[in-house]
Design a protein around this ligand. Structure first.
Ligand SMILES: NC(=O)c1ccc[n+]([C@@H]2O[C@H](COP(=O)([O-])OP(=O)(O)OC[C@H]3O[C@@H](n4cnc5c(N)ncnc54)[C@H](O)[C@@H]3O)[C@@H](O)[C@H]2O)c1
Length: 262
């Protein structure tokens, strides 16, 4: 059975011109694909990642493709860094219009063996690391009366994780709760807050956890029997970040090749 990966359509030129986007965890994987995709649509992009070299590589790749980007490396669980990230974005460009919270980590330890420190780490990066940047951009978004926040949950946020542990599942459920509640609070300010819920996407997070035989066993059971590509998730994020999605808020969109159907 074949299931070709499609060539992604070109971005709508200038659809996001004049918009400033911060993408966390954009040094690799889906965050990187999102940074590239938003820049292709004309956004000025602030590339964040914990790994400075990776953040710089993404920003340089955007610039070499003719887009605008700067790298601001640092830890999104640190509120003073997050404040610096947002200030730096405002100094370099203008106020913030789009925030994509893509940074995340996965650990797989069972609850019975789970050190408290590992619980705290996963919850901090995946949940607090979504809360802090969101809180930090709201004043700027409210001022302009327009904003888009897109959070990375997971199909694990609706069921249980295939690869991760209970902390990963719990953090991704909580990201959906945060998404819905913030959507309600911000709706009358022109700010939408949505989440994407990927299934199994072809990034290092997955490649580090399982070998190709196990990946094949999983994907063979999917209605669309292959891994998703980061560019496909980025396409969904780009739509949610645009004016085309103005009447959509508080939602969590699965992108899983039909693995999850609810
Ligand atoms: N790949 C999948 O199949 C999959 C499925 C469902 C959900 N997700 C979620 O999608 C998001 C992106 O996943 P991915 O597969 O691209 O992951 P990835 O591991 O390839 O990339 C995540 C990036 O986040 C960065 N990061 C981690 N902690 C950080 C911190 N404290 N501050 C700043 N940056 C930090 C990492 O350095 C890395 O570059 C994550 O939130 C992940 O949980 C992934």
């Amino acid at each position: 059975m074949t299931s070709p990966v499609p060539n992604m359509p070109e971005a709508i030129p200038n659809e996001l011109s004049g918009r400033v986007a911060i993408v966390t965890g954009a040094g690799r994987g889906m965050g990187r694909a999102v940074a590239v995709r938003l820049a292709a649509a004309g956004a000025d992009v602030v590339v964040n990642d914990l790994e400075p070299t990776d953040a710089t590589e993404t920003a340089e790749s955007v610039v070499s493709d003719g887009g605008n980007a700067i790298a601001v490396a640092g830890d999104i669980t640190d509120s003073s860094f997050v404040d610096r990230l947002v200030s730096r974005a405002a100094e370099e460009y203008r106020g913030i219009n789009i925030l994509v919270n893509a940074a995340g980590i996965l650990r797989r330890t069972a609850v019975i063996d789970m050190p408290e420190t590992e619980w705290d780490l996963v919850m901090n990066v995946n949940l607090k690391g979504t809360f802090l940047p969101s809180k930090a951009v709201l004043t700027s978004m409210r001022r302009s009366g327009w904003g888009r926040i897109v959070n990375f949950s997971s199909t694990a946020g609706k069921t249980t994780s295939t690869l991760g542990g209970a902390h990963y599942t719990a953090s991704k459920h909580a990201v959906l709760g945060l998404t819905r509640h913030m959507a309600m609070e911000e709706a009358t300010h022109g700010i939408t807050v949505n989440a994407v819920c990927p299934g199994l996407i072809n990034t290092e997070m997955v490649q580090q956890e399982i070998d190709s035989d196990r990946i094949k066993r999983y994907t063979d059971s999917f209605p669309i029997p292959r891994l998703g590509e980061p560019s496909e998730a980025a396409e969904l994020v780009a739509f949610l970040a645009s004016d085309r999605a103005a009447y959509i808020t508080g939602q969590g969109f699965d992108i899983s090749g039909g693995d999850l159907m609810v």
